[in-house]
Ligand binder design. Structure first.
Ligand code: ADQ
Length: 489
């Protein structure tokens, strides 16, 4: 079929997410430098090539002038990206405020911030208005670029109003919405002042997806308890209109990691790391520096392990790679200081003149360096307090064909439901239990490690990101056909 932007036999997929997969830096009045940005969704969709994909989102930069907006739009078009322009005030109120200060902690069971507990406070109201305004701006851009037959896939908690706004423009538009975070118990969602409006807006979508069956179940109960609607095995029904709700566990492009391990530069990096840490077991944490990732608790568990097992003190090293995010939010600044303080204390306590027990890096690693690190790791520590899925656990398994390292995994990460049989599951709040699991993992016999690894490796190579996206979009297409058949009957 012929499309406005070229010939293609593939269906067009408009992926709408808060951030584009590239970050833009202005280098002149009309010149831009574009860099691929790290993140779960980007990693997941990198390997998806069965659709003609267009990305729609914010480029992470304030562009108030027309020249800038025009030139950035042109530069991004080469990357199949379409920008949504948000001014600084909207970004502050919508992104830092409503998204990251209210929805993100709430959906991860960390509650609402104290000062926003009253729905009547100005800050809550203005953040909520900015959230709706930003969602409307996204809807305007999607509507402008939409062509008949396209599938529109909205992502995450930033865009819960988008399905409703898109359907207002065009009832025929195929709209799916997927949440990358957990959806909390309805008892938690009930505390949110705008609880009903958000649920109703999401329900305007044709298909609503979550990482796990539990999150889908929580969403359906929120709709039944808060909105009084009927939950069915297929989803939520409102006056004869069914919104399909289902679990679509995300995966990774596992072959990309497996292939990377064969590259000469990655092999060289692996050799250097092995030499650097010879005689010591390597433990690894890779996280965005975020309170949900449980980094302080993880490091405290490692301290407890060292304290209780002096024989391991110079035989194990923890590499914690924490990429800073949301650096202008005060809570994240506090977390960085807290982590630095604990790491400093532990290194002072257990370090020697030649070695320290924890190497903590506040930065992102490039893909090849990350693969090499995963490959030399004996024990990976993924101890999120809550996590929608957690792709780091999948990436670690993909790089462990040789070493058969052990994964210690939080029972509160969505990944616990898929990798639970191969991993050692822990309650990340229980520092004593995590410390004991570290000892257990470091001494696990080779045959047991092999068995656990095989289980997880089989899972991550058969449940890939391509399969995830393909299943979601074909389910969305089917949902619409079924709805049309139902209305004809
Ligand atoms: P995130 O919270 O970003 O994603 P995660 O699933 O672990 O969490 O994905 C992080 C990605 O960023 C991984 O691909 C990882 O390799 C990369 N990354 C993290 N730290 C890095 C570092 N220091 N250097 C380089 N790369 C780094 C959200 C949800 C998750 C959900 C995903 C996908 O919070 O629960 O799994 O979306 O749906």
């Amino acid at each position: 079929c012929e499309k406005k932007d070229g010939w293609s036999s593939k269906q067009r997929l408009l992926v709408v997410a808060n951030r584009l997969p590239v970050a833009a830096v202005r280098t002149g009045e009309d010149s831009w430098q574009l860099e691929i940005s790290a993140g779960g969704l980007v990693s997941a969709l990198l390997g998806v090539n069965e659709f003609e994909t267009r990305w729609i989102g914010w480029a992470g930069v304030n562009v108030p002038d027309e020249v800038g907006q025009r030139s950035l739009t042109e530069a991004l078009a080469e990357k199949r990206c379409i920008p949504v322009f948000l001014d600084e005030e909207v970004v502050h109120q919508y992104y830092n405020g409503y998204c990251n200060n209210i929805l993100w902690p709430l959906f991860h069971y960390l509650g609402l911030p104290q000062e926003d507990r009253l729905a009547t406070t100005r800050s809550f109201q203005s953040q909520f208005s900015a959230y709706k305004k930003a969602n409307q701006l996204f809807a305007d851009v999607v509507n402008e670029h939409y062509e008949e037959g396209d599938v529109v896939w909205c992502h995450d908690y930033h865009l819960m109003f988008l399905p409703k706004y898109l359907k207002k423009y065009n009832m025929q538009m195929k709209v799916g919405w997927f949440l990358h975070t957990p959806f909390p118990s309805s008892e938690i969602h009930r505390t949110l002042p705008s609880r009903s409006k958000l649920l109703r807006s999401v329900l305007a979508a044709d298909l609503v997806g979550f990482h796990t069956y539990d999150y889908a179940r929580h969403f359906v109960s929120a709709c039944t308890r808060i909105l009084g609607l009927e939950g069915t095995p297929e989803g939520v029904e409102d006056q004869g209109k069914l919104t399909r709700v289902a679990a679509f566990p995300i995966g990774i492009d596992s072959s990309r990691f497996i292939r990377a391990l064969e590259l000469p530069q990655v092999k060289e990096h692996i050799r250097e790391l092995k030499e650097r840490f010879a005689g010591r077991k390597v433990m690894l944490g890779v996280d965005r520096l975020d309170m949900i990732k449980g980094i302080p608790q993880k490091i405290l568990a490692f301290e407890k392990f060292l304290e209780e097992n002096p024989v391991w003190q110079d035989k194990v090293v923890l590499l914690q790679i924490a990429v800073p995010t949301r650096t202008d939010v005060p809570e994240y600044q506090k977390l960085t200081c807290q982590v630095h303080e604990i790491v400093g204390r532990i290194n002072g306590r257990f370090g020697t003149l030649t070695a320290v027990p924890i190497h903590h890096l506040d930065r992102s690693l490039d893909f090849h360096a990350l693969c090499a690190l995963y490959a030399v790791t004996d024990v990976a520590l993924v101890t999120s307090l809550r996590d929608g899925m957690n792709l780091v656990s999948y990436e670690f398994v993909a790089c462990q064909a040789e070493k058969k390292g052990v994964l210690i995994l939080s029972e509160f990460a969505g990944a616990a439901q898929s990798l639970g049989a191969g991993a050692i599951l822990v309650n990340p709040w229980n520092i004593t239990e995590v410390a004991a699991s570290i000892g257990y993992a470091l001494t696990l016999p080779a045959d047991e490690r092999e068995k656990r690894h095989q289980h997880n490796f089989m899972h991550i190579t058969t449940h890939t990101s391509q399969e995830w996206a393909g299943t979601f979009v074909s389910e969305l297409n089917d949902t619409i056909v079924e709805a049309q058949l139902r209305t004809r009957q």
